[in-house]
Design a protein around this ligand. Structure first.
Ligand code: ATP
Length: 354
């Protein structure tokens, strides 16, 4: 088990800056997600923690010891790759025992440890099978078995479920999370899938262009995004932005929406400039008495809910409504935003104003 801290870590590849200056802490036993779009620097960050890449500057601590310049072999960690390469000429038992054999562990002890790991992963019955004919899920379990059999301080996983189809992915992600909860080892997991990050992670770091945009528990990141980027990247459909030039009136916290002052008492009073109100689709309701009005331009049926798109003077707003709510494309409606759920953004910096 391990606490991992990275401090002002930067990585340049020649003239290209892949990771700007990252600082965050992964607590002992956490399931920690590195999330962001392709090319944002999440794999590079993971590889630096694991010792597969050395930081250009900054420090990496594992349990308080600075390991930034140490190779992977001296960090007591295990890496699970997306393209999990099993040894094709060995059976399942051979693949899982391999790391212990290379450590020179006694045969009887290896047998016992492999048995325990197989039990945990539910693969006892396939231990003597060749790996060639195994299903994707079983191959993944064998790869995991090989990683956990060493009892490493921490696990590093780079999109480990990326190669699996959707249904199986969901099943394996539940299994992985359950396995983590049983073993309790610190796990760092790279994904570009915001849903996977929200479902599996104790904490999430959201990265963009080499920069840590936000770091926290999934619910805080969803409810209170620190930047417009995070607000757009998390949530499907993403957060709505209602742009306006002006100010949050000091005194009553009113903002001008569709030329009508609407009180938003929780917003930073006195904020001014090019601003945006951020509101999640589930906190927008249809209300004919509301001053913000628009025309319904699309509806998307999703089973229990529907996404209704309304064109307003402040841009297109999406509302998530129960499917039973009757709406007709082309009709005009009022929109009410739940003021307690609104995040105010400064359009010049993209930062949330709290
Ligand atoms: P993906 O999900 O596509 O792997 P990522 O967020 O994991 O994306 P990284 O793999 O960390 O991103 O890459 C970040 C940036 O650094 C990318 O622009 C990539 O091209 C660049 N990069 C990564 N490794 C190297 C390298 N060895 N040499 C040069 N550039 C690199």
């Amino acid at each position: 088990m391990a606490q991992i801290r990275i401090e002002n870590v930067r990585k340049d590849f020649g003239a290209f800056n892949a990771v700007r200056s990252s600082t965050f802490t992964i607590e002992d036993g956490e399931f920690f997600m590195l999330l962001g779009p392709s090319g944002c620097g999440k794999t590079t960050t993971l590889r630096m923690m694991a010792g597969l890449e050395l930081p250009t500057s900054g420090e990496i601590f594992i349990d308080g010891e600075e390991v930034g310049q140490k190779p992977a072999s001296q960090r007591d960690i295990a890496f699970v790759f997306q393209m999990f390469a099993l040894y094709p000429h060995m059976n399942v038992r051979g693949n899982i025992s391999y790391p212990l054999k290379s450590q020179g562990m006694a045969k009887a002890r290896i047998r016992q440890k492999v048995g325990e790991v197989a039990e945990i992963l539910g693969i006892t019955d396939i231990l003597d099978r060749p790996v060639g004919g195994l299903s994707g899920g079983d191959r993944q379990r064998v790869a995991l078995g090989r990683a956990i059999v060493r009892d490493p301080k921490a696990f590093f996983m780079d999109e480990p479920l990326g190669a699996l189809d959707a249904e199986f992915r969901e099943h394996m992600s539940e299994e992985l999370r359950a396995l983590h909860d049983r073993m309790g080892a610190t796990t760092v997991y790279v994904t570009h899938d915001q849903l996977e990050a929200m479902q599996m992670g104790d904490k999430i770091v959201v990265m963009n262009h080499g920069v840590v945009e936000q770091f926290g528990v999934p619910q805080d990141i969803y409810d209170w995004p620190a930047t417009k980027f995070v607000a757009r990247f998390i949530g499907d459909p993403p957060m709505n932005f209602l742009d306006f030039d002006g100010a949050v009136s000091p005194g009553d916290g009113a903002v001008m929406l569709a030329e009508t002052p609407v009180r938003m008492p929780d917003l930073v009073q006195g904020a001014r400039g090019s601003l945006a109100l951020g509101v999640r689709p589930e906190f927008v309701t249809l209300d004919d008495a509301a001053p913000l009005r628009g025309r319904i331009v699309a509806t998307e049926y999703l089973g229990t809910t529907q996404i209704v798109t309304v064109e307003t003077a402040h841009g297109r707003i999406k509302a998530r409504l129960p499917s039973a709510t009757a709406v007709r494309t082309g009709e005009t409606t009022g929109l009410r935003l739940d003021p307690r759920t609104i995040t105010l953004f400064d359009n010049a910096t993209g930062l949330a104003l709290h």
